[in-house]
Design a protein around this ligand. Structure first.
Ligand SMILES: C=CC1=C(C)c2cc3[nH]c(cc4nc(cc5[nH]c(cc1n2)c(C)c5CCC(=O)O)C(CCC(=O)O)=C4C)c(C)c3C=C
Ligand SMILES: [Fe+2]
Length: 420
């Protein structure tokens, strides 16, 4: 085995890119053909956009937020981003975190890689880096890295929403890493090694493990279910919808003269949402479906049809009452009621053990990639936090917003244009 690889040779089967028309076809059929994920999947690290956004959503996630350590200056931050980029480029291809693999190197030194992924294939690993508002201006107003004037206007701490119950130790962070893979050990290995590489330069502030994707980001994926038992991700953006992705996900040229470095990037919104699943489980089926606005079995709109049919919000039932409750989750989140806005949702289920009363500490780690949070997330969340019937069963306990730089060219580091 080469010293540069964490294991032997694996085929580097990339993601299949289905024709955009396949989306309409598969949606019309109501049954997208599932393309099975393979352990040998390896997505290219270098490219126009970072991986982990339009990449077909993997089944496992490890998300981590970091604060840059006191005393670290601009050069040291650039050093960290360079080391992270090099490690991410290697690990996503099935290699080690360091230049030497976990079993090589000086016998009297710690290995450069921690080793738990040594025998594992790439498993579709993607690593996505983001920069938080506090990287630009910290809590005391300091411009630690000389980048304050280049902060995008949209990159501000998310506002307080009605019923937010945010835990500061589950929120925000100077930097974030989203690692997604088919195998949880591969995602955890990535975050663990990037944390280790950051030692003395950035400190892990909080992290979250996720399982069971609650989105579909490719026409090749079937709709998975969330912990309420409902199909989730039916109407999410798919990577194959190129024009929609350009309009709703990537930051366009000229969006913000102060932040040209972000063009081709995106914004990552993360919300840790606790779900009162025991209470939900006692709610009648009629109520559950009314709250969501879709059937539990098929995921079809309550107004009729099959899963991928559009809801008919004008359809009235007995007494002239709309069949789709005006405060159902889907009614409030639908683009027709949000100025045509779509978002690329990429969330995961989570379970963090249980509380003293024997209730699961479970929920949904909501992630969305958007072109601008001011138009594509904040207005929708404001309305939903006030009116969404589902809110009775939800509590938002963590939150963060990060600017996600565009993709990396070989020989560069992630976010390089910010420091040019
Ligand atoms: C503000 C954005 C959203 C949050 C927060 C959110 C939380 C959340 N959602 C579900 C379950 C479902 N959501 C569904 C659809 C849906 N949700 C949002 C936005 C947020 N959800 C959007 C934009 C949509 C699509 C609306 C549309 O175009 O029709 C669905 C239905 C299936 C689907 O289309 O995905 C479910 C089910 C939970 C449980 C949750 C928080 C825990
Ligand atoms: Fe939703």
């Amino acid at each position: 085995m080469s010293g540069l690889s964490r294991r032997g040779l694996f085929g580097a089967a990339g993601a299949g890119t289905a024709a955009a028309g396949a989306l309409a076809l598969s949606m019309a059929a109501g049954k997208p053909a599932e393309k099975e994920p393979h352990a040998s999947d390896a997505y290219p690290y270098y490219g126009a956009h970072q991986g982990g956004i339009v990449t077909p959503a993997q089944d496992r996630m490890h998300f981590a937020a970091f604060d840059v350590a006191d005393g670290i200056d601009r050069e040291a931050l650039i050093g960290l981003l360079t080391d992270w980029t090099d490690a991410a480029a290697r690990m996503t291809q099935g290699g080690s975190a360091g230049e030497l693999d976990a079993m090589s190197g000086n016998y009297d030194s710690p290995p450069e890689d921690t080793g738990e992924a040594y025998d594992l294939p790439p498993s579709g690993l993607t690593i996505t880096f983001g920069f938080g508002p506090s990287l630009f201006v910290d809590g005391s107003g300091a411009d630690r890295f000389g980048i304050a004037t280049r902060r995008p206007a949209a990159l501000e701490r998310l506002p307080h929403f009605v019923a937010d119950n945010l835990n500061p130790s589950l929120s925000d962070g100077d930097l974030c890493i989203q690692a997604c893979a088919h195998d949880p050990q591969v995602a955890v290995h990535a975050v663990r090694n990037l944390t280790r590489i950051a030692f003395g330069r950035a400190v892990l502030k909080w992290s979250q493990l996720g399982f069971g994707r609650t989105s579909s980001t490719s026409v090749d994926q079937v709709t998975a279910r969330n912990l309420f038992g409902f199909k989730d991700g039916t109407m999410g953006l798919r990577g194959e919808q190129k024009a929609m992705i350009d309009e709703h996900v990537w930051v366009p040229d000229g969006a913000d003269p102060a932040a040209e470095w972000l063009e081709g990037g995106s914004y990552l919104v993360a919300r840790k949402i606790k779900m009162q699943i025991e209470t939900w489980d006692r709610a009648p089926m009629r109520e559950q479906e009314n709250i969501v606005g879709r059937t539990k079995r098929e995921g079809a709109p309550l107004s009729g049809g099959v899963e991928f049919d559009q809801p008919d919000f004008a359809l009235e039932g007995r007494g002239g009452v709309p069949i789709m409750d005006v405060d159902s989750h889907v009614t409030l989140a639908h683009p027709d009621h949000n100025d045509g806005v779509h978002m690329l949702r990429r969330g995961y289920n989570y379970v963090d053990g249980n509380d003293d009363l024997g209730r699961l500490s479970a929920g949904l780690f909501f992630i969305a990639f958007v072109t601008d949070p001011r138009t594509h997330y904040i207005p929708m969340q404001s309305r939903m936090s006030r009116n969404d019937l589902m809110m009775e069963y939800l509590q938002h306990i963590g939150s963060g917003l990060w600017a996600v730089p565009p993709g990396v060219a070989e020989g560069e580091f992630v976010g390089q244009a910010l420091f040019a």
